[in-house]
Design a protein around this ligand. Structure first.
Ligand code: PMP
Length: 296
């Protein structure tokens, strides 16, 4: 992720990560009380463009607010800082990781001290380009009443790590998690869509991360006249689907080969997911004339 030339933003300074320090008494380290984002920038015909930067930074600020972490950067400050960071690292196609950590406090009430770190590096599609072999996890997504599921809180990601470990250790590529009611929720780090008889379905919000890619795909579907519905559905229904795909900033759009022992019957290149994978690429590169195209 870094080398001798890498520059990060850390507590108001641009510096090499080797020279940066943070407290070993931070609540973020001990209790997972930190908030982060995952953002991508792309090399477009009009120069470097951070895809939906505003939406990502609104979500970061929402996370800090619900966790009681003081954070007074504006969205505009954060966007400007990110472009500056990309320039300092000479990066165009990049993955950007802003992280807010909390100060030294071994008590459980949120520390009133916070720090912003921002890192970026070149990163291929998180789950690769191959169709994925997915395993239903024995772990469920957290009860939405136990936390703020739509905030990207560092501690929530223990659930994602456990489910990914379980799937990979069993020889699969990724994990699919159900919610506390047994409905299909999402992957460890991406949202899910399924296709049945020419229509797409994706789980309703409530127990899932409200993915910005998911929202982008829903908007592209609306603009392209691709039928799509947000609804709760069970594993049995997913295992009768024609095709399925995951969406996320890091993963982008990636198709599923199989779920447990069920192989999705529709050829990936004939699926709506494949079409959306291409439309999403055009969208991030600013090549679609859509209402999203001019969004920050
Ligand atoms: N679900 C989870 C659990 C995630 O961590 C992510 C990545 N933030 C997503 C879905 C996809 O969200 P986005 O499209 O905003 O990257």
């Amino acid at each position: 992720y870094s080398n001798d030339q890498t520059i990060i933003y850390h507590n108001g300074e641009f510096l090499n990560p080797k020279t940066a320090s943070s407290s070993l008494y931070s609540q973020s380290l001990h209790y997972g009380n930190g908030v982060f984002e995952g953002i991508r920038s792309y090399k477009t015909a009009e120069g470097t463009k951070i895809f939906r930067a505003e939406a990502h930074y609104e979500r970061l600020k929402y996370g800090a607010k619900v966790m009681g972490i003081p954070f007074d950067y504006t969205v505009a400050d954060l966007v400007a800082l990110t472009y500056e960071l990309l320039e300092k690292n000479n990066l165009q196609d990049a993955y950007i990781r802003p992280l807010i950590t909390t100060g030294a406090n071994m008590g459980l009430y949120t520390s009133k001290e916070s720090f912003l770190t921002m890192q970026c590096w070149e990163w291929g599609k998180l789950m690769g380009d191959r169709l994925l072999r997915v395993k239903t996890s024995s772990f469920e997504r957290p009860n939405p009443k136990s936390c703020f599921v739509e905030a990207k809180v560092t501690g929530h990601y223990v659930n994602s790590v456990l489910s990914t470990n379980e799937a990979k250790d069993a020889g699969y590529d990724e994990a699919l998690l159900l919610d506390m009611h047994g409905y299909v929720a999402e992957c460890s780090g991406a949202n899910i869509f399924m296709e049945k008889d020419g229509k797409l379905y994706t789980p309703k919000k409530g127990s899932i991360m409200a993915g910005i890619t998911r929202e982008t795909i829903l908007e592209i579907c609306e603009e392209e006249g691709i039928p799509v519905e947000e609804k709760h559905f069970k594993l049995e229904e997913l295992k009768q689907a024609d095709s399925s795909f995951f969406t996320g900033t890091a993963a982008e759009v990636v198709g599923l080969k199989s779920l447990d022992d069920y192989e999705f019957p529709l050829s990936w290149t004939d699926s709506l997911g494949y079409k959306l994978m291409q439309l999403y690429q055009q969208e991030v590169l600013g090549q679609r004339k859509s209402k999203l195209a001019n969004a920050l």
